[in-house]
Ligand binder design. Structure first.
Ligand code: GLA
Length: 410
């Protein structure tokens, strides 16, 4: 059946009618943190259908799809005008084949398709926002075959965030297509306290930028480097878990930081059980960038089915930070992070550290259990917890190990 204006309107009216009093978020769509690619970090408003097709192709040929990346997400500026009935259409010049055709293409690659909109009257880039059109837009996205919606927070004067995001959640549910709902109000109204039943992930912080530890001031707002974002929100890890994640923003891997910094950034995102949404140009990645983005052992730390967000355990141990994350089947991830401008030699005696996580109520018992220590970047076993770990952590780099419980060794 052709997607005519009249049919759209009738379908939309039926859905609204039947949905009253029956709404929730689609459950189980993000049992592990979502993985994908988003256009914003590299392309900003310069998006079109050819670019998105090429990015879907590259996600497959680069090995990213095999490593678990799934969503191809167009961020701001795909929108054209609303028609006389209020339905949104893509920018005709940039998306001449329409969104349904583009979604079909992405799906034909075995991938999923994502779009961006905004709770306000306009998007942050000044395109039509969804305010007052939530049910209509959700219905349209469902017709197009959208699988993921990032929903921003510009031009929202007078709006209540809980109400606005719940309205869109209900609209998506009413439209009937399972769509991951990504809340993007930058942590301003503490979504970790209210969004568990509203979205599948929520931004905790302002926009990321491709530097390790800087702030770039834009006047009324700033963008933040990797370490700034890591430091900005303390004490919210207990709010994250399967189907409801803290989102410290998209990845800047492959966008100009050093390889060590990219590795540290990626490791920290995995330790924090963050969504892994690449933001670089997938068509022109260096070997190092591909190796970072597709390291399956590192990704496994992020995608661990327990879904426990890791934490900083020691602030300063021989010049490095020590992070821990409990994993399934009694494994652990431990990350030594060197923020400094000098290499650090470390000697970490497991038996001298009683590592315990009050939130997940897990304890790392290296006294009675001898874990295998595996360097997941080097992809090799480097000893057991019976002996101190001796290593070197480069400038702005990490040493990331998985402690493998003996019961998990084949
Ligand atoms: C906000 C968001 C960004 C991006 C832009 C698009 O700044 O936080 O991630 O979506 O809007 O305009």
């Amino acid at each position: 059946m052709r997607f005519t204006k009249q049919w759209s309107f009738i379908g939309f009216a039926i859905i609204v009618f039947y949905s009253f009093g029956f709404s929730q978020k689609f459950k189980g769509l993000a049992l592990t943190p979502p993985m994908g690619w988003n256009s914003w970090n590299t392309f900003k408003c310069n998006v079109d259908e050819q670019l998105i097709r090429e990015m879907a192709d590259a996600m497959v040929t680069s090995g990213m799809k095999d490593a678990g990346y799934q969503y191809v997400i167009i961020d701001d500026c795909w929108q054209g005008e609303r028609d006389s009935l209020g339905f949104i259409h893509p920018d005709r010049n940039r998306f001449p084949s329409g969104m349904k055709a583009l979604a079909d293409y992405v799906h034909s690659k075995g991938l999923k398709f994502g779009l961006y909109s905004c709770a306000g009257s306009k998007t942050c880039g000044g395109r039509p926002g969804s305010r007052g059109h939530e049910y209509q837009d959700a219905y349209t996205y469902a017709q197009w075959g959208v699988d993921y919606l990032k929903y921003d927070w510009c031009y929202t004067e007078g709006l209540n965030s809980i109400g606005a995001y719940t309205t869109m959640r209900d609209a998506l549910y009413a439209a009937g297509r399972p769509i991951v709902f990504s809340i993007c109000e930058w942590g301003d109204t503490k979504p970790w306290e209210w969004a568990k039943e509203v979205g599948h992930l929520w931004r905790t912080t302002g926009d990321i930028i491709d530097c390790f530890d800087c702030e770039v001031n834009h006047g009324s707002w700033s963008s933040w480097g990797v370490l700034k974002i890591v430091d900005m929100r303390r004490g919210i890890r207990q709010y994250a878990g399967p189907d409801h994640w803290n989102d410290p923003d998209m990845l800047e891997v492959g966008r100009g930081m050093t390889t060590a910094e990219d590795r540290a950034h990626f490791s920290l995102w995995c330790m924090m059980a963050a969504p892994l949404i690449a933001g670089n140009d997938l068509r022109t990645m260096s070997k190092e960038t591909i190796e970072i983005l597709t390291n399956k052992e590192v990704i496994a730390i992020d995608q661990d089915s327990l879904g426990i967000q890791g934490m900083k355990f020691i602030d300063n141990y021989q010049g490095v930070e020590v992070w821990i994350k409990p994993l399934k089947n009694n494994d652990w991830a431990v990350c030594f992070l060197n923020r400094s401008e000098v290499k650090r030699k470390i000697q970490f005696d497991w038996s001298k550290h009683w590592i315990t996580d009050d939130i997940s109520k897990r304890t790392l018992d290296t006294q009675s259990i001898h874990f295998i220590v595996r360097d997941v970047w080097a992809k090799k076993n480097i000893g057991t917890t019976q002996k101190p770990l001796v290593g070197e952590v480069g400038i702005h780099d990490v040493l990331l190990v998985r402690l493998i419980h003996p019961q998990n060794v084949q």
